[in-house]
Design a protein around this ligand. Sequence first.
Ligand SMILES: C[S@@+](CC[C@H](N)C(=O)[O-])C[C@H]1O[C@@H](n2cnc3c(N)ncnc32)[C@H](O)[C@@H]1O
Length: 360
Amino acid sequence: MPESSIVVRPEPAGTPSRRLQAAGLGHATAVFEQLAATVPLPPAPRPIVVADYGAATGYNSLLPIGAAIAAFRRRTRPDHAVLVTHTDLPDNDFTALFRTLADDPDSYTRKDAASFPSAIGRSFYAQILPSQSVNLAWTSWATMWLRRPAAELPEFDDHVHVEHSDDAAARQEYARRAAQDWQDFLAFRGRELAPGGKLLVLTAAVDAQGRSGYRPVLDAIVAVLDELVGEGFVSRDEVTRMTIPVLARSEKELRAPFAPAGRFEALTIERLDVFDAEDRFWDRYLLDGDAGALGAQWSAFTSAAVFPALAAALAGGAAGDPRAAEFVQRLEAGVAARLASSPQQVQIPLALVVLAKRVA
Ligand SMILES: C[S@@+](CC[C@H](N)C(=O)[O-])C[C@H]1O[C@@H](n2cnc3c(N)ncnc32)[C@H](O)[C@@H]1O
């Protein structure tokens, strides 16, 4: 079965979307560094193995992995090899990943001579690393992507995101699949982690009030799609098929595989925080009052993250449909204009989960 084929476009350093992707990363990086300070390490010359699941361009992994390597170095000789393996789907832009690792001033490869980057182009909904090989693992903003692409998920016609749909059957089916995906992701990581190994997951969450966030942005997308149907640029059938195959999870859903004994596949939850990440575009708007910039930044972020998934529902597909490029441009312009006309803070609920594998 094909996996979700969403690839976030690589972008030059400092673009708005990248800065927003970094939301929540400061907190998670500090936690990751603490894990690196205490996780069991193999004796040299066996390498310390660090995995990064769903790396995209690798940009947001540089600081957490760099911090972890610095913490290892307080416990190891400088020449104890650290093998870092960045994973993503096969059609990820691995060239952009390796360029980031080589060129970005924040890259751990520029700071630590005994760090060795590598990459794997396979879905993390399978075992992709040898059993008991990974000492420390990171995954940010990736496990909320469902295994199935939108075309294989149930249709609902009143929104682009199932959490905002009134179709109870579709919501239930998405939740069922998201539960299975989370369980599978955990099961395979449970095999890959070395005894005592730890995995930090940063992912979209549903908060204690049941909110999954992003409401103004998602509603703006729906409104612009309606306009595009009205203009005859896309058909209603195409828009009905447009779905963002992402699901935020509540604390209860994140804990479900561990019930009732608190253990799943030799893993336990060591820590679970649900928190709202700051909306940095909003913070800047409060300082400069520039509603146009607020709309443009949120629209650019959303475009990079999810518009390719929507374009995939055009009759000719994201790659083959002659309207695809204009579709993304018009959506981006329309969403930016709507958000600028009614500036609002966007809620970004995140979950940080630390999983620990039993010490053998
Ligand atoms: C929004 S990006 C996050 C990238 C980066 N970790 C960060 O924090 O910015 C999500 C990434 O997860 C990847 N992804 C989605 N489903 C995946 C899967 N089943 N296996 C591996 N990677 C996946 C996507 O291809 C994409 O590169």
